[in-house]
Design a protein around this ligand. Structure first.
Ligand SMILES: Nc1ncnc2c1ncn2[C@@H]1O[C@H](COP(=O)(O)OP(=O)(O)OP(=O)(O)O)[C@@H](O)[C@H]1O
Ligand SMILES: [Mg+2]
Length: 516
């Protein structure tokens, strides 16, 4: 029998108003890939934070290699060889890759200054050993989330971790990046003897990568299965406690009135490189226009220019007949555009502010929520907060809780609830279901369709092709800052669209060799 590395016995964790973990027991065996799944707020991150010493359990016991062990801080955890990559990254954006990797344990010159050359050498060696490619000199702020995650993993490995806890590592990755990550995980486990605990909402991923899977629901451990005995249906039902059905989404005929258009947009990315190179398209009322692209091909920058968060160098941008070229985010909002940003913690939410404050952002000076634009009408605000919490199924003991204390998926629901509540004629939505559970995906999809059916024009950017295909009326593909194709949904298959997303469609058309 496999050696038990970590044993959790009857662990409970209580936060004010919430029993986040309720008498949970779990074994982690040496050398296994163990998936943890469950709905948003089920208690997965809390349980992992307990193993990593970030939270102390209210009750229960942890055994490490058979011995009762107290893990009082991440330092204790690291001492035992346990490392964690969090759901929301914790890198220092203005530091280089090498500086981030050695952070907290820097090689020093004369015990004083960071030995940068050595930090670079360490980074290169780690990168080589684990097959995770990074450029040590690049600043983290200019890197894609996929690369940032590699850095987080390297950082944990640098600290000497034998057990890696990955909290929703694939939520922010493209399918391609996910496959690469899985290769790395397999290598870590099969060739290097590591143990991996992985949290994910994607059941296909559980089936593809794990040896065993444990399911949580409302703070409790429902059970652990050998992955070979599981399938999506079984897991989904264990997660939600009832049968899960995916309804067909009903779409109404749309009006086709153009409400937004862009012509020849040019913009640069954070590194000053050309990110959008002459992008043109239009968006009509009552339609969902999906933008399909491999992450890093300009779609993030496109969303930013359309919401006033990034400067446009050239081009034309018209919203409802009004020129919107380089208007401020506020002015653009007033033209009737709401925005669900891809990075909820950087641009979507203020972590330390309460749920009600976050839900109010943008209309805090407006009636009936403000009186004379200054005083807050508490009663109205509370009504609105409670209604949105209820409608969007935000799992929280109260609207007063700081948003940062919500589970990841519930934070996402706060952003969606706020932006959807404005009832704007145009919605720009990026990665709406990142990190949300299957039930919530279903809900958010139906809300998007409802908006569309009521006549809203929706621009949808998603790294999930399934999502693009499920929701869009029309799809455009973007590659290296240019639009490479436009299709009505139903006109093209996922395989074909993949060629347009990777710039290989021209080779196909010319009958040329496919170059890798
Ligand atoms: N620091 C905290 N203070 C108060 N409540 C908290 C805190 N951390 C978590 N909670 C609550 O504990 C519950 C479980 O949260 P947790 O983050 O463990 O869920 P999760 O399973 O990781 O969900 P998700 O899939 O959305 O990330 C939630 O109700 C959450 O609001
Ligand atoms: Mg979580």
């Amino acid at each position: 029998m496999a050696e038990k590395l970590i044993e959790l016995r009857n662990i409970s964790k209580r936060f004010p108003g919430v029993l986040a973990n309720d008498n949970v027991s779990l074994d982690i065996e040496k050398g296994e890939i163990h998936a943890i799944i469950g709905e948003n707020g089920a208690g997965k991150s809390t349980l992992m934070n307990i193993i990593y010493g970030l939270y102390e359990p209210t009750q229960g016991e942890i055994l490490f290699k058979g011995k009762p062990t107290q893990i009082k801080s991440p330092l204790d955890a690291i001492g035992l060889g346990i490392g964690m990559v969090h759901q929301h990254f914790m890198l220092v954006p203005s530091f280089t890759v090498a500086e981030n990797i050695v952070l907290g344990n820097e090689p020093k010159h004369k015990k004083l200054f960071i030995d940068y050359k050595k930090a670079v050498a360490i980074t290169e060696e780690l990168s080589e050993t684990y097959g995770l490619k990074v450029d040590p000199h690049e600043k983290v702020e200019s890197l894609s989330v996929g690369i940032q995650q590699r850095i987080e993993i390297l950082k944990v490995l640098y600290k000497g971790a034998d057990v890696l806890i990955l909290d929703e590592p694939t939520a922010v990755l493209t399918p391609q990046e996910t496959e690469e990550l899985f290769e790395v995980i397999r290598k870590l486990v099969n060739d290097l003897g590591k143990t991996v605990i992985i949290i994910t909402h994607k059941l296909q991923e559980v089936l593809a990568i794990s040896d065993r899977v444990s399911v949580m629901r409302q703070g409790k451990m429902i059970g652990t299965l050998q992955t070979k005995d599981a399938n999506e249906q079984i897991l989904a039902e264990m997660m939600v406690g009832r049968e899960v059905l995916f309804d067909e989404l009903y779409k109404k005929e749309s009006s086709k009135k153009e409400v937004l258009s862009v012509k020849g947009i040019k913009a640069r990315d954070n590194r000053g490189l050309v990110a959008l190179n002459g992008v043109s398209f239009n968006l009509k009322a009552g339609e969902i226009l999906g933008i399909a692209g491999v992450e890093g091909n300009g779609q993030s920058e496109l969303v930013e220019v359309l919401t006033g968060l990034r400067e446009m160098e050239e081009g034309e941008f018209i919203v409802n007949g009004v020129e919107a070229f380089n208007k401020s985010p506020n002015e653009i909002r007033k033209l009737g555009i709401a925005h669900v940003p891809e990075d909820r913690l950087a641009t979507g939410l203020s972590k330390d502010a309460s749920i009600w404050e976050n839900l109010l952002m943008g209309i805090q000076h407006e009636e009936p929520y403000a009186i004379k634009g200054v005083h807050i009408n508490k009663k109205k605000v509370k009504e609105r907060t409670d209604r949105l919490i209820d409608e969007f199924d935000i799992r929280t003991p109260s609207g007063d809780l700081p948003v940062g204390k919500l589970s990841g998926g519930n934070m996402q629901k706060v952003v969606i609830a706020r932006e959807f509540s404005f009832n704007t004629p145009i919605l720009i939505i990026a990665q709406p279901t990142r990190g949300v559970d299957v039930g919530a995906i279903e809900f958010i999809h139906s809300q998007i369709i409802e908006k569309r059916n009521k006549g809203a024009a929706i621009l949808l950017v998603s790294a999930e092709l399934d999502e693009i295909f499920r929701l869009s009326d029309r799809i455009i593909t973007i590659y290296e800052g240019k639009i490479t194709g436009e299709f009505l949904n139903g006109e093209i298959t996922k395989q074909e669209i993949g060629l347009y997303m990777t710039g290989k469609h021209t080779e196909k058309a010319e009958g040329g060799e496919k170059v890798e």
